[in-house]
Ligand binder design. Structure first.
Ligand SMILES: [Zn+2]
Length: 68
């Protein structure tokens, strides 16, 4: 999680994270808000959200996402 807070650029597009950062739902990438918007349109997004919820219910808080 330290890297998540300290890194300066989006793992996906390389843009600055100065305007905000968020953890990807599809994997453990730290991405910018633009990429997050695009990610929501990914056909796997809904599935990824459900899968993450299921993992959390099972007590797995370190779920790595559907995509690698
Ligand atoms: Zn980005």
């Amino acid at each position: 999680m330290d890297k998540f807070l300290s890194q300066k650029h989006c793992d996906r597009c390389g843009a600055s994270l100065a305007k905000g950062r968020i953890m990807s739902m599809l994997n453990i990438a730290c991405i910018c808000m633009d990429c997050k918007k695009k990610e929501r349109l990914d056909p796997l997004y809904e599935e990824a959200v459900k899968a993450e919820l299921e993992e959390v219910k099972k007590g797995n808080y370190n779920y790595k996402g559907l995509k690698k």
